[in-house]
Design a binder for this molecule. Structure first.
Ligand code: AKG
Ligand code: FE2
Length: 161
């Protein structure tokens, strides 16, 4: 991606944090900590605070795979913004959080986003002569759209052409 284009988009970018507390549940199979979703961010960095496993990612065939907890490690994933920017080349991973019957679980997600002057759409410098598969919308519309729906599935599906 053209450096200038990236700088314009991400300089003074919006960062946000979500702190998740999942209490234990006597019947963990009947509940979900966090619904399946992909993040709206460009990049997410997740800290699993207290060593309890619970994050799962959706693999190609729709099967849920646990992400092994590694002490002192961060989990890094792409969100919808990178999938849109790359015109679908890099996928935002769908994930969910499960709970256990024994112990609470705590995680902290840091979300790295474009600034509010930016537009979110396929990057002109990456696109070349490919056909864009996503619409371009303002970051304000993107954030409003993302947060006015349930955290479920992939928000970028609403941007497909
Ligand atoms: O708790 C986790 O492991 C995942 C949290 C998450 O997906 C989020 O906050 O967006
Ligand atoms: Fe997430």
């Amino acid at each position: 991606m053209d450096v200038k284009e990236m700088e314009e988009m991400f300089e003074n970018g919006m960062q946000s944090v979500r702190m998740n507390y999942y209490p234990p549940c006597p019947e963990p199979d009947k509940v979900i900590g966090q619904m399946p979703h992909s993040d709206g961010s460009a990049v997410t960095i997740l800290l699993q605070v207290n060593g309890v496993q619970g994050l799962q990612i959706k693999k190609d065939h729709g099967t849920w795979m646990p992400v092994k907890f590694l002490p002192e490690a961060l989990v890094v994933n792409f969100g919808d913004t990178v999938e849109v920017l790359s015109n679908g080349l890099y996928k935002s991973i769908e994930h969910r959080a499960t709970v256990t019957s024994e112990k609470e679980r705590i995680s902290v997600g840091m979300f790295f986003n474009p600034n509010f002057e930016a537009n979110v759409g396929p990057s002109p410098s990456l696109l070349g002569n490919q056909k864009p598969i996503f619409k371009t919308i303002s970051m304000k519309e993107y954030v409003n759209g993302f947060f006015s729906r349930r955290l479920q599935g992939k928000f970028l599906d609403t941007m497909r052409i």
